[in-house]
Design a protein around this ligand. Structure first.
Ligand code: 9Z3
Length: 333
């Protein structure tokens, strides 16, 4: 009996430290600009999708996070640390979720790949058009098909109200937005998914210990203390939106440790699935790790996106999760 009590006290202590760290992160972060605007947009988006679904229980909304967060080194930021991510995974997955009837809240890093325009390459959009007769402008013949498809698909999704885009740059903005989205999605219950593909910074400089002005190089070697970003996955999972379905990502460059690390993340944060990917092969193959299976997902040929079979599989798992939840509720009532 004593040992049970002790271990439970230990858990409370860990939770206590965690919530203090999380609280102090949010208390000291610079307030999110446009908070009220984003909050209104979210409310409207979620209520419109409630109405669009046949009933409250069939509303399916996924929050897709995409791109890397930055860690500013100065409050009036000139320099920052960055995290690798082009945003391709998030943008591509968003398209497949929408195709399957999910509304998507796309939480993305400014300047990274966007749904429907991800295949338009690195040319600026000015390259896709050319002057024609008089003052007219037309799509260049060589890009006609891809540009028209992208425009058509994007506008269809937007007109149906199935895509809401919220931008971030810093780790402070990202986590505040994620919290706002999670609290707004709580009412959707098990119909909600968090698909956490963004590469969030592991270390940061707390706002109140950060230099205000540009750090001077004349000061000699730069000595700076970065502290760990509090692990918000547990709070997200257990408090902000506890009934949602959670998918996180594990990225490694060493394939030897990848699956173990994914397994650890699954257990530690109570994720429903962790998508394990290795940096150089991430567009060809991923492994979906769940509590009882590891499923390798590969694209069938070079022109296919690995996200196509990946999202199909995850949607199947989400549907099973919803069913289990409904059975559980029926059993309880
Ligand atoms: C991923 O693993 C994504 O699949 C990629 C996608 C960032 C590799 P791209 O945007 O690449 O298509 O260029 N995202 C999560 C990365 C991450 O930092 N995960 C943390 C970790 O591995 C856990 S949240 O420790």
């Amino acid at each position: 009996m004593e040992s049970v009590n002790n271990s439970m006290d230990g858990c409370d202590d860990i939770q206590g430290v965690l919530s203090t760290e999380v609280k102090s992160f949010f208390d000291s972060a610079p307030p999110l600009k446009d908070y009220d605007h984003f909050s209104e947009k979210l409310k409207l988006f979620i209520s419109q999708n409630f109405q669009r679904s046949e009933n409250q229980n069939s509303t399916r909304i996924v929050c897709v996070t995409s791109g890397g967060t930055t860690v500013p080194l100065e409050q009036r930021c000139v320099r920052y640390l960055d995290n690798f991510s082009s945003g391709h995974r998030g943008a591509t997955s968003t398209e497949y979720f929408i195709k399957s009837g999910y509304a998507v809240i796309f939480l993305y890093r400014r300047g990274t790949c966007q749904p429907y325009s991800r295949n338009l390459g690195e040319e600026t959009f000015l390259e896709y058009f050319e002057p024609s007769k008089g003052t007219e402008i037309q799509v260049r013949q060589s890009h006609d098909e891809e540009v028209k498809n992208a425009v058509r698909d994007y506008h269809t999704a937007a007109e149906k109200g199935m895509l809401l885009k919220l931008p971030f740059t810093t780790i402070f903005e990202y986590l505040q937005l994620l919290k706002l989205v999670a609290l707004s999605m709580k009412c959707i219950g098990s119909g909600g998914i968090f698909y956490l593909a963004a590469a969030a910074s592991d270390f940061f400089v707390p706002w109140d210990s950060m230099a205000e002005h540009k750090i001077q190089s004349s000061g000699g070697p730069l000595d700076m203390r970065l502290i760990p970003v509090p692990k918000l996955l547990s709070v997200l999972r257990n408090e902000w939106a506890p009934s949602a379905f959670y998918i996180s990502f594990k990225l490694e460059t060493d394939s030897e440790i990848l699956l173990n690390k994914a397994d650890m993340a699954l257990k530690k944060y109570g994720m429903h699935a962790v998508v394990a990917n290795e940096l150089t092969t991430r567009k060809e193959e991923v492994v979906v790790v769940t509590s009882n299976k590891k499923i390798t997902v590969r694209r069938c040929h070079q022109d296919e996106d690995v996200e196509k079979p990946l999202i199909e599989l995850l949607i199947m798992q989400h549907s099973q999760y919803i069913q289990q939840k409904q059975l559980g509720n029926a059993y309880l009532s």
